[in-house]
Design a protein. Structure first.
Length: 340
């Protein structure tokens, strides 16, 4: 970080543990040698400025690094500080959001145009009906992008979204806004700038996390006991970065299940609606290949029983087949057998 624009030259990649108090409870119960939390990967690129698609600033160089992300976190400045330059000269969060959306739409237009150039000629062939359908979809998307409408806000059928999935369009990704406020604004009523950002986010049903990056940076450098006091003084129950990670987790439609096979207690990240068979494959391909059954108990039921042995005695552990849909908080033991 630095108090001037374009201090991020190389993209920064961080793998962040997902805060989950359930892991602490399970760890006290089964006393594993190792505890492995679920994680979320963040890729931080340089900020975009107006004209980025034409080479202004630096952020446009790095858009390729986030082509394959699952969601976009847009950090929006809401603090005023003469010591920290703003490329536009003054704080205006909605203007900044709209400017970034415009640049991302322009970047996506380039991708769509290149794809159309590649497939329009073969689409005229009688044998390439699939290309004709794709051209029709891309033309509609192109028209709306040209009008400044991100793909995520366009009315597309599931099959149409699937048709453009491999293009990795940036504006097709869901967005989470981070309102970066001054430390003195924490715990205070929203000011007009924040209200404007919240209103804008509501128009596209996007979540907003309010935090102070300066406060979070200072908090991260403290010892645990000092951290608790620092949080209380700010009127916070936990670091806002924890809220950010969990909000991103929900935005992506993710759930967590746990495995408690000693010596490791582990949280696993999977898409909501995943089957037991697919979840087993996340652990190891052999688990899926030789899947027999899944022995499942919810976190709440396990806690009420007191420990895994008591849960089995009370008949709380269920036997589920390969088509069982994993639920958030499930504690699962997979039975499998693989012959070589």
């Amino acid at each position: 970080m630095a108090p001037y624009p374009f201090c991020t030259i190389e993209p920064n990649v961080g793998v962040v543990p997902v805060p989950d108090a359930r892991l602490d409870v399970l760890a006290r119960m089964i006393r594993p040698d190792k505890v492995t939390p679920a994680t979320v990967k963040f890729v931080d690129i340089a900020g975009l400025v107006g004209g980025a698609s034409r080479g202004e600033g630096l952020g446009n160089r790095f858009l390729g690094h986030i082509r394959e992300v699952d969601a976009v976190v847009h950090v929006v400045r809401l603090f005023a500080d003469p010591q920290v330059a703003h490329v536009e000269g003054r704080v205006d969060p909605v203007r900044d959001v709209q400017m970034v959306d415009t640049e991302l739409c322009l970047a996506d237009l380039e991708v769509v145009a290149r794809r159309l150039e590649r497939i329009e000629k073969p689409a005229r062939s009688r044998s390439r009906a699939d290309y004709r359908d794709e051209v029709a979809v891309l033309r509609r998307i192109e028209e709306r992008l040209d009008a400044g409408v991100p793909v995520r806000l366009q009315s597309l059928a599931p099959r149409e979204r699937e048709a453009i999935r491999e293009l990795h369009l940036l504006t097709a990704r869901p967005v989470l806004y981070v309102a970066n406020v001054a430390e003195t604004a924490l715990g205070q009523p929203a000011d007009p700038a924040l209200e404007a950002l919240l209103a804008h986010a509501r128009t596209e049903s996007a979540p907003v996390v309010v935090l102070s990056a300066a406060f979070e940076a200072e908090l991260a450098g403290l010892e645990p006991e000092d951290r608790e006091l620092f949080l209380r003084d700010a009127g916070l129950d936990e670091p806002s970065l924890h809220v950010l990670v969990r909000t991103g987790y929900r935005l992506l439609g993710l759930v967590t299940f746990f495995t408690t096979r000693l010596p490791e207690l582990r949280a696993w990240t999977v898409k909501d609606g995943i089957t037991a068979l697919a979840a087993a494959g996340k652990i190891h391909t052999d688990f899926a290949r030789g899947f027999i059954r899944a022995e499942v108990i919810s976190f709440d039921e396990l806690v009420s029983a007191g420990d895994p042995a008591a849960a089995r005695e009370r008949g709380l552990v269920r036997t589920e087949g390969r088509d069982y849909l994993v639920r958030d908080g499930d504690v699962i033991h997979f039975r499998f057998n693989v012959t070589t």
